[in-house]
Write a protein that binds this ligand. Structure first.
Ligand code: SF4
Ligand code: SF4
Length: 398
């Protein structure tokens, strides 16, 4: 296993264990199977395990396995504050204590504000006293490193990143998300500040391992590398020194062995010009299935009406390169849950964006098309209910 370091110089395995989807049995987690997978990873050197309050049964299962095997002081546990459930300062303590109890521990190595998509969510946490709470937890040793996991656009990521002295952060990043989500711009900004970055969705929800077009597979076969589809995605990430840990949700011993083997030989800077050319062909093959030729360059932004143009197109394309539900789900996550609405229906038709688009895209027309496809009635209703819940007034808010 290869290791990189956190802000304090602690060694973290470059492969982290994502604990969101442990195997199930009889309606609950299959604890014995999960134990054998986790211990296989532990023996291969994995020392970073990532769970969250809302991953059903995950914290408790992880806690039980850690206790059974007596490995608490040999691993790093990362878990997350369900910030969307926080109504006031006292609920911070309530959720955190429950998480410690589930994990059978009295400290968390890496604690994250879960699923920030907008600056406003962080501001709300500040308004209920999160800054003092973090200070107290860090000085008592109950939290060793504080960070946030992020799913919004690059600009909001940069604002949150620069607003606090974070110990680490977690972003969705893979060779298809270089210009969406926090993106390479976000990764590099974190690295410039010395903030370690944990990567989630290295395979874009499995798409980069299971769902590639034939021409992409041909490019990989002709590359001269004997790498699996997943290996291309992992090695592209490990190649970048700004990446600290790459999470993988592993639910078979074979998968654990394969991923650990990749992580024990991967080096930063190992990809050659030829490898990048192969990946360009793979991306091109995926893009050929897209609906809009948007490269995510953002020259069209900002839009005076607040529309997230590249964010909308990225999700519209995902409907055709992944699945309809995946594109619509991504849209709710990255565009539909920002405090200031950024929906394509807000377009006032001024045409400013089209003057700046190097691809010459008919943005206004494509936004109409995308808005219709991405937001059928049930999704609009669900999105509106989520917005109402997430942006409700909380006690202590001004
Ligand atoms: S045409 Fe629509 S999307 Fe483009 S800048 Fe104007 S309001 Fe924004
Ligand atoms: S300028 Fe054109 S290609 Fe670039 S992000 Fe905007 S719509 Fe996409």
């Amino acid at each position: 296993m290869k290791y990189r370091t956190d802000k304090r110089g602690n060694k973290l395995s470059i492969l982290g264990y994502g604990c969101m989807r442990f195997s199930k049995k009889g309606g609950g987690i299959d604890i014995d199977k999960t134990e054998s997978e986790i211990m296989e990873a532990f023996k291969a050197g994995v020392n970073y395990f990532d769970t969250a309050y809302i991953y059903s049964g995950s914290e408790a299962a992880l806690g039980e396995i850690i206790e059974r095997n007596g490995i608490r002081d040999k691993i790093n546990v990362a878990t997350k504050l369900p910030q969307y459930l926080i109504g006031n300062g006292s609920s911070l303590e309530k959720y955190f204590s429950e998480e410690l109890k589930r994990l059978r521990t009295d400290y968390v190595d890496y604690y994250l504000m879960h699923h920030l998509t907008d600056v406003d969510m962080w501001e709300k946490l500040k308004s209920v006293g999160i800054l003092n709470w973090i200070k107290e937890k860090k000085s008592s040793g109950a939290i060793r490193n504080i960070g946030f996991s992020y799913h919004g656009n690059t600009d909001n990521f940069l604002t949150i990143l620069n607003d606090y002295d974070w110990d680490f952060c977690q972003i969705q990043y893979n060779y298809l998300d270089e210009v969406t989500q926090a993106g390479r711009r976000g990764l590099d900004a974190a690295a410039d500040k010395g903030v370690p970055v944990v990567i989630m969705e290295p395979l874009r929800g499995g798409k980069l391992a299971n769902n590639l077009p034939q021409s992409a597979l041909n490019a990989m076969n002709e590359s001269g590398r004997n790498w699996s589809k997943a290996e291309w995605a992992f090695r592209w990430l490990f190649n970048q020194p700004a990446v600290t840990v790459v999470l993988s949700g592993m639910n078979s011993v074979e998968m654990v062995r394969e991923n650990c083997s990749i992580a024990s030989t991967a080096e930063a800077g190992e990809l050659t010009e030829k490898d990048f050319e192969t990946l360009e062909k793979v991306k091109k093959a995926i893009r050929e299935k897209e609906k809009v030729g948007c490269t995510g360059c953002r020259y069209c932004m900002p839009c005076p009406a607040g529309v997230d143009i590249p964010g909308t197109f990225a999700c519209y394309n995902a409907m055709y390169t992944e699945s309809k539900s995946s594109g619509r789900g991504q849209f709710i996550q990255t565009v539909g849950l920002t405090k200031n609405p950024a929906f394509p229906s807000q377009c006032i038709g001024c045409g400013k964006c089209e003057k700046h688009c190097p691809q010459g895209l008919p943005i206004r027309e494509k936004l109409k098309e995308a808005g219709k496809a991405l937001r059928p009635l049930p999704y609009r209703i669900a999105n509106a209910a989520m917005r109402k819940f997430m942006f409700r007034k909380r006690k202590g808010n001004k």
